[in-house]
Design a protein. Sequence first.
Length: 223
Amino acid sequence: MNNVEKEIVKKTEKYVFDALIDEPSGHDWWHILRVVNSTKKIAGIEQEIQNVNLFICEMAALLHDIADEKLNENAVAGEQKVKDWLKEVDVNEADQAAILTIILNMSYKGGTNKVRLKTIEGKIVQDADRLDALGAVGIARTFTYSGLHERPIHDPRREKVREHLTLEEYRSGNDTAIMHFYEKLLKLKDLMQTKTGAQLALQRHQYMAAFLAEFYDEWEGKC
Ligand code: ADP
Ligand code: NI
C-alpha cells in the first residue's frame, strides 16, 4: 500500500469506528476489526501464490457493513453512504468500483445471494466475514442478534430448518437462534472461497457442532 492509500485507510477506520462502535446486533466496530484482521491474515497467505490488492481488501472489509440493508433505511441508502465516503476520501474510480462490487455482493442473505465474487480480494473479504459468523464468536453473535430481535433461543416443536427460503422469509423473524445454525452457519464451511478460509472455517465449524451436541444433551437432561 502506498502512503496515500494508508492515509485513506486510517481515515476510513475512524469513520467506521464512529459509525459502528455502539451497534448492538453483532455488526459493531469489533466485528469489523476482526474481519479486517482475518482479511489481512488470509491475504498474507494468498499473496504467496497471486497478486492481492491489499488496499481494496482492507477498504472493503472496513466498509462492508456500512452499506448493510439491515443497518440502513434500505439497501439503496446504504450503498449511497459508501459511495459518498469513497468520493470524500478521493478513492480513484477503478478502486471505488472494485470495493463497491465486493460490498454489494458478499452478503449471505439466507442463501438467496447467488453472485459469486470473481476477484481474489472479494473472495478473501467474504471468507473473512463468514469466519466471524462461525466458532465461539459466531455463537455469541447469533444469540445477540436473535435476542435483540426478540426471538426465542430454541423451540423443539419447530422444524430445525426452513429450506429454500426467500429473502423475506429469511429476514422475517420467524425463526429461533438455534434455527439460524441450520439455515446459515453450518452451511458456511462448504461455501468458503479460499483455501485458508476453508481451513479456518472447518475448525470453527467443529466447535459449533460440539456446542450444538452439548446444547441438546443439556436440553434433554442427558448431562
Ligand atoms: P447476511 O445478511 O449475509 O445473512 P448477516 O449480517 O445477517 O449476514 O449475518 C451476520 C450475523 O448476524 C450472522 O452470522 C448471525 O450471527 C447474525 N444473524 C443474522 N441473522 C440472524 C438470525 N435470523 N438469527 C440469529 N442470528 C442472526
Ligand atoms: Ni459483516
